[in-house]
Each structure stands twice: as structure tokens, then as C-alpha cells.
Ligand binder design. Structure first.
Ligand code: RFL
Ligand code: PHB
Length: 390
């Protein structure tokens, strides 16, 4: 088999890249380790920046997103019993975010790839890149028990944090920067009306909580738990009690509870790998960097990587220009680090840090009071939350 661009990973990064390349006449094949049902069953992000939305429109996949996505012009921070609304639209000169689940984004991407006969090979096992430092790299993999080979010009690692592509870069080339937080998020999806029409990020005695949503009858809630905690120890009753203790009493009083239709724990981590290119291998999305979900930046960062990389590949194929590819790593990392900073800051403001009570709690209180009283601080939050420019 031969294609121009071999893409490892059929999450949002890989699918979006293959769609954008296809529309410009560049061929690609996506190799995904899991089944399609598994990929479509994952519940993750919910908040899309305008840059992400525009990329979906550019890729011709925005019809359902524009119909069903909800525009949010503000976001709320609750600190114990106090509540602060950040006027995203007013503070950023008209910018907003959209609430539309990653599950729906992935569904729309698969549908678009299918409609154009896009090559997405699922359940591709043992994907292994070869000759990445040559002009003729290739990938080997196993499909239905048979050994396959895919020859290509470039290999793009879109295979998430646990993928193999980043591990192909020699350790004397790749530098990694990491912070693992001493807690995770327990997320619950419930078929109940959301407690609030806008998101509420909350800090209370029991730690962090987030009230988010997917639709008028579908809510998404998170509470802070220990990093290694199993969701099995959390009955629905225990979850709702914890959530109520982590949000202001007036919000808890109108919370509608119900059975959880999904429950999972995600660890929190900040991670960046540098550089994002090694020979003919390029890294994008979670394969290259992880942010804690507090700033809603992970999927949105994947989109800016893909925007830079798709235009660089198109320039290479259409105009024979290598500048975009040569500059990709530095360009993408400049935006990545700003999102890392913001996500770390939101995480630090809103979680209970068990090892840092006392001084740390007072600093969080001071940070919240400063935010509540300073338009400059609120503008900082707003312009990062809606997304820094590409
Ligand atoms: P993905 O989605 O992890 O997809 C990678 C794909 O690669 C496959 N794969 C392999 N395929 C072939 N061979 C291998 N060896 C492979 N190894 C792995 C995997 O099966 C998978 O299909 O990475 P991608 O495409 O870069 O997308 C990144 C986003 O998924 C991620 O950043 C976001 O979900 C993060 N995130 C959020 N981002 C936001 O922008 N806004 C949010 O509100 C937000 N909330 C969240 C989040 C992530 C969460 N979790 C569970 C980590 C909330 C949560 C709880
Ligand atoms: C979500 O709705 O799943 C969500 C929203 C905002 C975040 C993280 C997750 O910061």
C-alpha cells in the first residue's frame, strides 16, 4: 500500500488532518488501533474554541455542530459560597466558546471520512514506523492477522499520550517536561437537566467540581478524587453527595440527580515533548502534549497543531515549500506552552492540594479575590478561555 501521508491514530487529530489533506488533494491513510465503536464510545471534551469551530467549517464538517452546538458567552467560577461570572464575550470583544461534545465531533469526522471514501483502517495492531530519517519512511502493522506495509512520504503521530510515535524519537533528541498532579477527576454523564445554563468551575471544602453539560437533558459533572481512585467505589449517591458539597449551596439546592449513564476517572497531568519533529515524523495533539482538563484546552490544542501541520503539508505538496514543515515544531510549541500555563493556573486556583494546605489555601483565596476585583485579571482568564489566536 502507498499513500502520501501515513497517520497513526484515528482520534480527532488524525481524522481532522486526513480530512483537511483530502480536500486539498493530498492522500493519507489513518491507522487506528481500537475498534470504531470504542473510539466513538469515549466521552471527553465538551468546550470548543472558535478556532476549532472554524477548522471544522474549513473541513466541511460543521453542519451538525453549527445546528446543535450551544454558544456560551460566559463562564462561572465559584469559590466556596461566592460566584463570579466571567463575561467572555464582553471582555474579549465578542468571542465566545461552543459546547459540543468531542464524541459528536469524532462521530461527524468519521461520517465525513466515510462519505469521501477516506481510508481509516481500524483495529490495526502493532503499528510500527520505519526509516523515519529517510525520504521514504514506511509503517508496518497487522490487520486481521495479516502483516501489512504502508509506504508514505511523512508519518504523523496522532496516537495520543499512550501511543508509540513519540517513543520512536531517540531519548537524546526528545526532551520531556511533566507535572503529575496528586488528584484526578471523576466524571459522570447523567440524563438530567443541567444545574446551570453556563459552566460552573467550583472550589469548596471538598475540593474541585465542574458542572458542565451536553444538552437540555444531558449533564456532565466532575469532582476531584484521588489520582488512582476507581470509579467502582463511587455509587451514584456518593457522587451526588460529593458534588453537592463542592458547589455553592444555592446551586446544590437546584441540582437534579439521576442514574449515571457513564462514570470514569481521568488523571491530571501537564506534559510537553520537544521537538515535535524528527526527520519525517511529526507529532500532534495528545501524542505531543497533555494539559489538565481544567482549562478545556486539550482538544483545542490538537486543532491548532493540525491547522499548522495541514497547511505546512499542503504547501509542501502544492508549492514545494518546506518552510511550514521546518517551522512547525517551534510554531506549535509557542502556542502549546501558553495553553500549558493557563491550564496549570486554572488547576492551581481551583483544586485542593492535600500537601499544601494552609499557605496554599490562602494564596488561592487571594487569587480568587484578585480575580473578582480586577477587570485585567478577568480579561486574562477570558482571552485564554476563548482561545489564543493561531
Ligand atoms: P486521542 O483522542 O487520544 O486519540 C488518539 C488515538 O490514537 C489511537 N492510538 C493508536 N493507534 C494506532 N496505533 C497505536 N499504537 C495507537 N495508540 C493509540 C487511540 O486509540 C486513539 O483513538 O488524541 P488526539 O486525537 O490528539 O485528541 C486529543 C483529545 O482527545 C484530548 O486532548 C481531549 O479529550 C482533552 N480534553 C478536553 N479538551 C478540550 O479541548 N476541552 C475539554 O473540555 C476537554 N475535556 C479532555 C476533557 C480529556 C479528558 N480525558 C478523559 C482525558 C475531559 C476529560 C475527562
Ligand atoms: C466537559 O464538558 O466535559 C468539560 C468542560 C470543560 C472542561 C473540561 C471538561 O474544562
Amino acid at each position: 500500500m502507498r499513500t502520501q501521508v501515513g497517520i497513526i491514530g484515528g482520534g480527532p487529530s488524525g481524522l481532522l488532518l486526513s480530512q483537511l489533506l483530502h480536500l486539498q488533494g493530498v492522500s493519507s491513510v489513518v491507522l487506528e488501533r481500537r475498534s470504531r465503536a470504542h473510539v466513538l464510545g469515549r466521552i471527553r471534551a465538551g468546550v470548543l474554541e472558535q478556532g476549532f469551530q472554524n477548522l471544522m467549517r474549513q473541513a466541511g464538517i460543521a453542519r451538525r455542530m453549527d445546528r446543535e452546538g450551544q454558544i456560551h458567552s460566559g463562564v462561572n467560577i465559584a469559590f466556596y459560597e461566592e460566584r463570579l461570572r466571567i463575561d467572555l464575550e464582553g471582555l474579549t470583544g465578542g468571542k465566545t466558546v461552543m459546547v459540543y461534545g468531542q464524541t459528536e465531533v469524532t462521530h461527524d469526522l468519521y461520517e465525513a471520512r466515510d462519505a469521501l471514501d477516506g481510508a481509516v483502517i481500524d483495529e490495526a495492531e502493532n503499528v510500527t514506523p520505519h526509516d523515519l530519517q529517510s525520504d521514504a519512511p514506511y509503517l508496518t502493522f497487522t490487520k486481521d492477522g495479516a502483516e501489512e506495509r504502508l509506504d508514505c512520504d511523512f508519518v504523523i503521530g496522532c496516537d495520543g499520550f499512550h501511543g508509540i510515535s513519540r517513543r520512536c524519537v531517540p531519548s537524546d533528541v526528545l526532551q520531556t517536561f511533566e507535572r503529575v498532579y496528586p488528584f484526578g477527576w471523576l466524571g459522570v454523564l447523567s440524563e438530567t437537566p443541567p444545574v446551570n445554563e453556563e459552566l460552573i468551575y467550583a472550589r469548596h471544602d471538598s475540593g474541585f467540581a465542574l458542572c458542565s453539560l451536553r444538552g437540555p437533558q444531558l449533564s456532565r459533572y466532575y469532582v476531584q478524587v484521588k489520582a488512582d481512585e476507581s470509579p467502582d467505589g463511587w455509587s451514584d449517591e456518593r457522587f451526588w453527595e460529593r458534588l453537592k458539597s463542592a458547589i455553592p449551596a444555592e446551586v446544590a439546592a437546584r441540582l437534579v440527580t439521576g442514574p449515571a449513564v457513564e462514570k470514569s476517572v481521568a488523571p491530571l497531568r501537564s506534559f510537553v515533548a520537544e521537538p515535535l519533529r524528527w526527520g519525517r515524523l511529526f507529532l500532534a495533539g495528545d501524542a505531543a502534549h497533555i494539559v489538565p482538563p481544567t482549562g478545556a484546552k486539550g482538544l483545542n490544542l490538537a486543532a491548532s497543531d493540525i491547522q499548522y501541520l495541514s497547511s505546512a503539508l499542503i504547501d509542501w505538496y502544492k508549492k514545494g515549500e518546506a518552510g511550514g514543515l521546518d517551522g512547525y515544531s517551534a510554531r506549535a510549541l509557542a502556542r502549546v506552552w501558553k495553553a500549558e500555563r493557563f491550564s496549570w493556573w486554572m488547576t492551581s486556583l481551583l483544586h485542593r492540594f492535600p500537601e499544601n494546605e494552609g499557605f496554599g489555601d490562602r494564596i488561592q483565596r487571594a487569587e480568587f479575590d484578585y480575580l473578582a476585583g480586577s477587570k485585567a485579571a478577568q480579561t486574562m482568564l477570558a482571552e485564554n478561555y476563548v482561545g489564543l489566536p493561531y
